[in-house]
Design a protein around this ligand. Structure first.
Ligand code: CMP
Length: 138
């Protein structure tokens, strides 16, 4: 059954001009881009998005980074989208990411790691709703 997930091309990848190449990988892997936009978010908006990590030591660094430049939030659809996108992204730490994954190719560090992808259905629902209104998801 078709499933939706949420992804962000992060500020490091946008700044380096890798957004197009990352989108090409995503489409090549069979995902339909349901919706996509380019936005810049405030630190407070990044804190709201990543609230589950608020107690982590890297929370300040993470939210500072995510509000440091434009990002491409998007909604993707395919069968098994959540797990398949995480496989395509590779490990959070690019040094541990498998060859051919997006993070192996485009990420510089665990913080500046090019792409975000939802880790579960409930997270995907929250994250899609955080960035997109219903009318943008046709
Ligand atoms: P993401 O999938 O967007 O979800 C949470 C993010 O926290 C993760 O990707 C990493 O970019 C970031 N993160 C995780 N661990 C660390 C860390 N040790 N230092 C900085 N950022 C981290």
């Amino acid at each position: 059954m078709s499933q939706r997930t949420f992804s962000i091309i992060k500020p490091d990848a946008v700044k380096k001009g890798h957004a197009g190449a990352i989108l090409a990988e995503i489409e090549k892997a069979g995902f339909k881009i349901v919706s996509i936009k380019k936005v810049s978010i405030s630190k407070a908006q990044a804190e709201g998005f990543y609230y589950v990590h608020s107690e982590r030591p890297f929370f300040g660094e993470l939210t500072e980074f995510m509000s440091s430049g434009p990002i491409f939030p998007m909604v993707l659809e395919k069968e098994n989208a959540i797990a398949d996108l995480r496989k395509l992204m590779g490990a959070t730490d690019p040094a541990k990411a498998e060859e051919g994954t997006i993070r192996k190719q485009f990420a510089a560090s665990i913080g500046e790691n090019a792409i975000h992808g939802s880790d579960a259905e409930e997270t995907a629902a929250f994250e899609i709703g955080y960035f997109f209104a219903g009318y943008e998801l046709k």
